[in-house]
Write a protein that binds this ligand. Structure first.
Ligand code: GLN
Length: 548
């Protein structure tokens, strides 16, 4: 049921991209939830892509999959993790998605012969979606993050929607601007001018920010606060200093040091409860561990979507990293990640020895043939040298291929994805998907979203989960070929998780007697790891790493 008077907070970004709108939005959500309000979050991405599924992870970062199959932006993962909720398709929108709906509706004559125009019909569809998300979540507050930066062409129609909503509901809509204050190294002084300009640009869209989050390397001083207040029409107490922090999880705590939830509640005109001490302490405890964990655990991440120019982009695997952190912190350890490019092991097999330095190896999801032989040699190395190994999706398929090749002796074993001509395709598409692939309908051929799995008694997975039935999120096209299961199991590989009908292999592992931890999942457990409830499989892996 819809709440009578849902409130809306639009979060927009000024000056540069990457100022932390996503984390700000997530943190606003958390501090309001902590005041007893029901909160939901929406991400707006200005690009035309209908979803994030078709985007290159090196350029765009991780594709975050929701339980209802939607392929979205990594910020959705931040919202889910901070708010500890499961979001759905209606919480995510792109320009492509909005236009698609409007065009479909036009084709269905739903506009009753009217001329359908960019304004107002596009912003109206945006507003419809925002309200529907609020209704669906029975939210007191909907936080809407508008992607992109103020002043660019791409997000104009979303700002127009926000402006229109404010006209329609003057007392229910507020705006938070996240801006950046640079300190040019040669000048050595924090500069407010870009923020002043961003604020004017926002005014040009008919929007006045109510709250300003001042992102900068260091804390904002009083003098600059006053300057911004005067030039941007924002009372000084509504300007929140947000200096760089070591851990993103500090941010909600820092916001509350400036009483931000009180200010938001009074601006929104909602009565809220006292902060929930128990929940808040749980968060504080978690944050303390992110800082105070003494020992380390050294994790080798082997993959290929790491490099962009001269930089290493770990964003492609954001959820995996966070999942590892939660499990490590819970054990009082700090994870230290090394990003290893599997292609190097193809060029120089002697380099594999470096893997002995690590407490554990993770092979996260991936697509395509590049680097696969290098990954397979690393998996073999991990198996033979008893280094804890966790394979996620492609990383599980690698377990099966490696085992088929080196234990079953099927030298050309492969996945159809890499070599469709191999005689031993141990990872294959299922019959039902073949039709989709023939028609180039790649989206339709993926297994996406949450599916149940049944966990076999007496296995590593079963003791980690502590239960028989689980539900995990998927994003893949290929499956273990049923024709090889018997042979693989006969030689000691255990399929410890299967789909309820028993047809699809969900988890492959070696028993504890053979290897300290050697396990792969066809699904992506990382999508369900949360700060206060680490994922059991990651925790089992980290425990094995610590033992090593
Ligand atoms: N490329 C593999 C598949 O499509 C694995 C996908 C993944 O790792 N997400 O099945």
């Amino acid at each position: 049921m819809a709440k009578e008077n849902t409130k809306y907070i639009f979060v927009v970004g000024g000056v540069i991209s990457g100022v932390g709108k996503g984390i700000t939005s997530s943190s606003l959500g958390l501090i309001l939830k902590n005041r007893g309000l029901a909160v939901t979050s929406i991400k707006i991405d200005p690009y035309i892509n209908v979803d994030a599924g078709t985007m290159n992870p090196t350029e765009h970062g991780e594709v975050f999959v929701l339980s209802d199959k939607d392929e979205t932006d990594q910020d959705m993962g931040n919202y889910e993790r901070f708010l500890d909720v499961n979001l759905t398709r209606i919480n995510y929108m792109t320009t492509g998605r909005v236009y698609q709906s409007v065009i479909e509706r036009e084709r269905n004559l739903e506009y009753k012969g009217k001329c359908v125009e960019v304004v107002p019909h596009i912003p109206q569809e945006v507003i419809r979606r925002i309200k529907e998300a609020g209704k669906k979540a029975e939210a007191d507050v909907v936080i809407v993050e508008v992607g992109g930066t103020i002043g660019e062409y791409q997000n104009m129609l979303f700002l127009e929607a926000a402006r229109m909503m404010k006209i329609e509901h003057p007392h229910d809509v507020i705006f938070v601007m996240v801006s950046y204050l640079p300190i040019p190294s040669k000048v050595g002084e924090m500069k407010t001018k870009p923020t002043q300009h961003a604020s004017r640009l926002l005014n040009g869209s008919g929007i006045q920010a109510d709250i300003l989050i001042a992102r900068a390397e260091i804390k904002l001083d009083e003098k600059r606060k006053e300057k911004i207040a005067l030039s941007c029409n924002i009372l000084p107490e509504r300007i929140i200093s947000a200096p760089d922090v070591d851990s993103i999880y500090d941010i909600p705590l820092n916001f509350e040091k400036e009483n931000l939830s009180d200010r938001l509640c009074s601006l929104l005109g909602v009565t809220c409860k006292k902060p929930d001490a128990k929940k808040w302490n749980a968060w504080k405890n978690f944050v303390r561990k992110t800082h105070n964990s003494k020992g380390i655990v050294k994790i080798a991440m082997i993959g290929k979507y790491f490099e962009t120019g001269d930089f290493v982009l770990s964003d492609s695997y954001l959820s995996v990293i966070e999942a590892i952190k939660y499990s490590a912190y819970a054990q009082g350890r700090k994870p230290v990640f090394s990003w290893l490019n599997s292609v190097d092991y193809e060029k120089n097999p002697a380099k594999l020895k470096e893997l002995k330095k690590y407490d554990g190896i993770v092979v996260p999801g991936g697509f395509g043939a590049r680097g696969v032989e290098g990954i397979l040699s690393a998996v073999k190395f991990a198996r033979e040298n008893k280094i804890p190994y966790l394979g996620l999706c492609y990383g599980m398929q690698m377990i099966v291929i490696e085992y088929a090749r080196n234990v079953l002796g099927l030298k050309d074993a492969n996945t159809r994805e890499v070599n469709p001509d191999s005689k031993n395709i141990v990872i294959d598409v299922m019959e039902s998907q073949k039709e989709h692939l023939k028609n180039n309908s790649y989206g339709g051929s993926m297994r996406l979203g949450a599916y149940k799995a049944i966990i076999k008694d007496g296995t590593v997975a079963r003791s980690a989960y502590g239960k028989k039935e689980v539900e995990e999120r998927h994003r893949h096209r290929y499956e273990v070929n049923p024709a090889y299961i018997e042979a693989l199991e006969a030689k000691g590989l255990v399929f410890s998780g299967r789909s309820p009908e028993g047809q699809l292999m969900e988890i492959a592992e070696l028993p504890k007697s053979k290897h300290p931890f050697f396990l792969g999942t066809q699904f992506h457990p990382e999508f369900l790891a949360r700060p206060l409830t680490p994922h059991p499989l990651f925790t089992a892996f980290i425990k094995a790493c610590i033992k090593k």
